[in-house]
Write a protein that binds this ligand. Structure first.
Ligand code: GCB
Length: 679
């Protein structure tokens, strides 16, 4: 049954694209073009946390009606940033409830006078519930952090007493409840001998600090009033040609024409089309390959879309350019294929996390992280445990770093979290994730959850529904969730395309007993494999390590212990990766902040880099390993361009092909220093 499903997906998935569920409204990343401008609102905002007992003073006193400074004292708050670690006030570090942000903006006069211009306010993310007012008018509400939302505010800036002065007020509530994603509970502690009246705590069921605020950019952008609302691209390969299928939605008029041009990396036109949907054929296409898999990784074309609409004052044009990577993804019962070749994930799990800024987006940090990934020889990461900023995925497209894109379905630990309201919400969140990230070639798989209580019957139904919904939204990619349940008890595993398993042998279980890892890990893989004939990824493993702690023979928390634990895992991974294990993702890329607890010393220390991005000894071990695997699994350029037509089925001898690729690559070694010159 399970085997049948996986094979059916590999064969049918891409053919089902025509049956994709239509999502209402696009969420194209705001890019400048001859018809579009953007104005970033990053920088200092006015800020106030509502410390009142019921946290509702801001609403009772209508703080959005007047400039925030008029209703009380404000702080300077940088955007993007989490608000938690910015001030010296411990109450703000641990604040639960409504915080208020405000920014005054001067708009270019044309934006307010030209009625054929559409002005959009876009918030990159606001964790976890946000209400937005523009000049005191309630404009937008959004539930869920880590994803963008936007509103057309033209009506507000172009009617009435025209004014270039805009006041944007955003109230954000970080409370997590049983129906938010991630879920949480608020616990009132009523023993007055211990706690003051009204005392409560926010319980979370995940292992990272619940940073909040405007953690990604806020911006304004324009389009014409008839505009390109959305573009959906899927790609394929037929003989030596690349195929680019496009679907475009237009809003504002029914009288329009669309021209589509595909340009190569040298800006040369390689194909063109017209209309709202079509297929572009690129003979001799350069494919999008993962980093280290091919000598020319991450090849991107540009899809230039040009809209011309007939409006009463005359023709209007809109332009949008989308980066496009041509690649295929498929799953057989033992392999993960990119462009028809076996792909092995040798990478990391990450967090959006750093000193001071918390989960705030930061370009220097992002570029440093990508340099470290390349240094490490990592070719992949999972966005544990929520969708990362769009700019991160753009970097992945450009650097060839493959992504398992995870939604914030983390901490689904209690039976009451598997209810119908949560299920509806989870499916809506997956719609937002797919809508935002569907066009990134780097994204090769969706993960709908991390470590849900998948042994529960109710979780089985819940996961089945979320996975089915995600597949209907995007039949072109496999879907998974990450499990730590027992293989025999897991009720969600029948529905995934790839089994992703977390295990912490010799850390949380049999701690200190490194000698048991090989036996226990072998059993883990063999049990899962026997039950489900599906490829397996070791999606987490690792050990807490305080940088600078040394002990030999190794003891827990030392750098030696982390290294030894990894080495033990690697022995088994090496045995199984030539069979059906298709990836290993270390937990974690870098140390990160968590809630305080007796088991966390200033956060989770399982990073191979510190929170400040300095290597622990394990980073060097991992680096040797990843470059060695890259040498073994790289495809030669000639073989790479010969992508077999159509899709593999489990009946075809794909493992034979894998062997051929490994042999061929022996003649074509990647040197560790290559990462310096490849980009
Ligand atoms: C896990 C979780 C991850 C934790 C990690 C740990 O299984 O998926 O969020 O941080 O273990 O270090 O405990």
């Amino acid at each position: 049954m399970a085997r049948g499903l996986a094979v059916a997906w590999a064969v049918l998935g891409p053919l089902l694209w025509g049956c994709v569920l239509a999502l209402q409204g696009g969420m194209l990343y705001p890019r400048e073009s001859p018809s579009r401008e953007r104005k970033e609102l990053d920088g200092l905002w006015s800020f106030r946390a509502d410390f009142s007992d019921n946290r509702r003073r801001g609403f009772e006193e209508q703080w959005y009606r007047r400039p925030l400074r008029e209703s009380g004292p404000t702080l300077d708050m940088p955007v993007p940033s989490s608000f938690n670690d910015i001030s010296q006030d411990w109450r703000l570090r641990h604040f639960v409830g409504w915080v208020w942000y405000e920014r005054e903006v001067i708009l270019p006069e044309r934006w307010t006078q030209d009625l054929s211009t559409r002005v959009v306010l876009r918030i990159g993310s606001a964790h976890a519930y946000a209400i937005v007012w523009v000049n005191g008018v309630n404009t937008l509400e959004h539930e869920g952090g880590y994803l963008p939302f936007e509103a057309d505010i033209s009506n507000l800036v172009q009617v009435g007493p025209l004014s270039s002065q805009l006041r944007i007020t955003i109230a954000i509530n970080n409370t997590l409840t049983p129906t938010t994603l991630p879920p949480g509970t608020i616990q009132y502690l009523t023993d007055t001998s211990k706690y003051p009246k009204g005392y409560f705590v926010q319980n979370t069921y995940f292992d990272f600090f619940n940073y909040a605020g405007l953690q990604r950019s806020v911006l304004l952008y324009t389009t014409p009033t008839t505009y390109i609302d959305d573009i959906t691209v899927t790609t394929g390969v037929e003989h030596d040609s690349g195929l680019v299928n496009y679907q475009i939605s237009v809003k504002g008029s029914n009288l329009f024409e669309l021209e589509v041009h595909l340009l190569d990396a040298e800006n040369k036109l390689v194909a063109n089309g017209t209309g709202t949907q079509g297929q572009l054929k690129v003979p001799g296409a350069s494919l999008w390959w993962p980093y280290l898999m091919h000598e020319r990784p991450a090849y991107l074309y540009s899809l230039e879309v040009r809209l011309t609409a007939q409006m009463s004052p005359g023709p209007v044009s809109d332009f949008y350019t989308l980066p496009v990577g041509i690649r295929t993804v498929a799953v057989t019962e033992s392999q993960f294929l990119i462009n028809g070749k076996p792909f092995y994930f040798h990478g990391v799990n990450k967090h959006e996390d750093a000193d001071i800024r918390g989960k705030g987006f930061d370009w220097p940090l992002l570029v440093k992280d990508f340099n470290l990934l390349r240094w490490l020889g990592a070719n992949a990461f999972r966005t544990s445990h929520y969708p990362y900023a769009e700019e991160v995925l753009q970097m992945c497209d450009r650097y060839g770093i493959v992504v398992i894109d995870e939604c914030p379905g983390v901490g689904l630990a209690l039976p009451q979290f598997f209810n119908n309201v949560s299920l509806q919400n989870h499916m809506r969140v997956m719609e937002e994730v797919v809508r935002r990230d569907k066009n990134h070639p780097a994204v090769v798989m969706w993960s709908v959850a991390n470590e849900p209580a998948s042994h529960l019957e109710s979780a089985g139904y819940y996961l089945k529904m979320v996975i089915a919904h995600t597949k209907a939204l995007d039949p072109s990619r496999p879907v998974t969730f990450v499990t730590n349940s027992n293989y025999a008890a897991d009720k969600g595993a029948p529905y995934v395309d790839v089994i992703c398993v977390n295990s912490y042998y010799s850390w949380y279980n049999d701690f200190g007993h490194l000698e048991l890892i090989q036996r226990q890990l072998t059993t883990q893989f063999e049990n899962w494999r026997k039950m489900y004939q599906k490829p397996i990824i070791q999606s987490e493993y690792g050990a807490e390590t305080i940088v600078g702690f040394h002990q030999d023979p190794p003891l827990m928390f030392t750098e030696e212990y982390q290294k030894s634990l990894l080495e033990q895992y690697h022995v088994v991974l090496d045995q199984k990766r030539r069979k059906y294990v298709v990836g290993e993702l270390i937990w974690n890329f870098a140390d990160f902040m968590t809630e305080q607890s007796p088991t966390r010393v200033l956060g989770n220390k399982k990073g191979v880099f510190t929170r400040q991005r300095q290597p622990k000894s394990a980073a060097f071990l991992l680096r040797e390993r990843y470059w060695k695997i890259a040498n073994e699994t790289r495809v030669t350029s000639t073989a790479a361009e010969q992508v077999p037509p159509g899709l593999f089925t489990a009946d075809q001898n794909v493992s034979g092909l894998g062997l051929m690729v490994i042999c061929a690559s022996r003649e074509h070694k990647v040197e560790i220093k290559d990462f310096l010159v490849w980009k």
